[in-house]
Design a protein around this ligand. Structure first.
Ligand code: GCO
Length: 469
């Protein structure tokens, strides 16, 4: 089987992780420009001031994407590059930069797929309360509208937010992302609700403009499975899925929050401050979503937690996705399992759990269109005689593409695959050591680009539309 003609084979990046040019041409400060400079917050103090200098080298980079035969490029816009103070004047140089990227893609026949928010919030808004303050919701809707109007004639695929669970959880519960708050459950839920409201309003607004493209949101897809058949652990997995999946997918796809979680929130005094009007906006926007983007890296294996919640470790090392943490409410714990495979950063490699998760998703939400907006292997790539022989990455992507093929055969509506990432980039918490790209960046030689083995492999996959997988 080949991937269907309308299935897009692409790859992805995010503004802060590739661009650099942090203070160039009128760009405002982002929360990450500030947060990454607080000692101890990032791996060896790495930051995105230069990143991989995509800001200056985008032509070369997009040229390489074209050489690889990439059909679509998913990238994010830096909000403070476009509106430096968050909701004031538009920076024409910021618009120009993204026009250049978009036009360069189109010149090569690459479909641009835009993420509006991949975590770099204008610092002025962060200082004013960030995602806790509803002013940020209004500002986001305005920013989104600015982007639709500036780029919507050529861009027909829009993602509002990337991985709300990550920036809200790490921002308000673990303190590992800006604004660096630890253990504030009430704020965590408030932030998520404000994000869902912003998403819903941005979807409405897009549809009202009648630009005839598609819009959706990208979520982490990390279905929880019980480690074994014990009733306690199965209950723990149910709880994990209610909080980690339903809380995020229901408001977007069903237009309402899951009862199970709402009850808990009420009981604990964690219910967000929400209005009838906001809940209505969320309800009405749900059927207008065109798709949902899934970032799949690993599932969760969970057990009932028997340790005290106080033991939760919020260090940077413990916040980078490796299993072994208790949930914020102490109900369950993620575990590593003897019989599973893991990456160097301790993430499980589980294409079978991906397929299983997709089946569950379909049973809950029906035939909604799906894009796999991220999937890939974070590795320290082997270099032999100057060649980057990233065979483990090839194997990883191949196995996941096979799972997707099988899902399509079963009638699951997946319309594209975006490998993370197109080029080696800055990991938010793991520096440059953790590589994901098809294109290597030599940090010892002036950020020179080099094609990895996976580059040639993915090119062939695209050429043959995955026939051999
Ligand atoms: C990292 C992460 C990221 C994410 C991406 C999420 O190591 O920093 O893996 O690269 O995958 O930004 O959308």
């Amino acid at each position: 089987m080949r991937f269907p003609k309308d299935f897009l084979l692409g790859a992805a990046s995010a503004s802060y992780q590739v661009e650099g040019g942090w203070n160039k041409d009128g760009k405002g400060l982002s929360n990450w420009d500030v947060f990454s400079k607080i000692p101890g917050k990032t791996f060896e103090g790495t930051n995105g001031d230069v990143a991989v200098d995509h800001y200056h080298r985008y032509k070369e980079d997009i040229g390489l994407m074209a050489e690889m035969g990439l059909e679509s490029y998913r990238f994010s816009l830096s909000w403070p590059r476009i509106i430096p103070d968050g909701d004031g004047e538009i920076n024409p140089k910021g618009i120009e930069f993204y026009n250049n990227i978009i036009n360069e893609c189109l010149k090569h026949g690459i479909v641009p797929f835009i993420t509006l928010y991949h975590w770099d919030l204008p610092q002025t808004l962060e200082e004013d309360g960030g995602w806790i303050n509803k002013r940020t919701v209004d500002a986001f809707v305005k920013y989104a509208n600015t982007c639709y109007r500036a780029f919507g004639d050529r861009v027909k695929h829009w993602i509002t937010f990337n991985e709300a669970v990550v920036f809200c959880d790490l921002g308000y519960l673990k303190g590992a992302h800006p604004p660096g708050i630890e253990g504030d459950v009430k704020k965590y839920f408030q932030a998520t609700h404000n994000v869902f409201t912003a998403h819903a309003r941005a979807v409405e607004d897009y549809k009202n403009l009648r630009q005839f493209g598609e819009i959706g949101i990208t979520h982490v897809f990390s279905p929880a499975f019980s480690r074994d058949d014990s009733e306690d652990n199965k209950l723990a997995a149910y709880h994990a899925n209610q909080y980690g999946m339903s809380w995020y997918y229901d408001p977007v796809l069903k237009g309402s929050y899951p009862e199970y979680v709402i009850k808990d929130l009420d009981k604990n005094g964690w219910t967000p401050d929400w209005t009838e009007e906001e809940l209505k906006i969320i309800e009405l926007a749900a059927p207008k979503n065109d798709f949902i983007g899934l970032n799949y890296y690993q599932p969760m294996r969970v057990v009932k937690n028997n340790e005290a919640v106080e033991k939760r470790d919020n260090s940077r090392e413990k916040s980078t996705g490796e299993p072994g943490n208790s949930s914020f409410d102490g109900v369950f714990r993620t575990v590593k399992m003897e019989d599973k495979k893991y990456t160097k950063w301790g993430w499980e490699i589980a294409p079978d759990a991906f397929l299983e998760g997709l089946r569950i998703l379909k049973s809950h939400y029906g035939d909604i269109k799906l894009y796999v907006t991220e999937n890939g292997l974070g590795d320290a790539d082997p270099i032999i005689e100057g060649e980057i022989v990233d065979v483990p990455r090839i194997k990883y992507i191949e196995e996941h593409l096979r799972a997707i093929k099988n899902a399509i055969k079963e009638g699951i509506n997946i319309k594209g695959y975006y490998a993370w990432s197109v080029i080696d980039l800055l990991s938010w918490l793991n520096g440059f050591k953790k590589q994901y790209g098809f294109i290597y960046v030599d940090h010892k030689d002036n950020l020179k680009r080099k094609k990895k083995l996976s580059f040639y492999w993915y090119k062939k996959v695209i050429e043959t539309r995955g026939e051999e997988i």
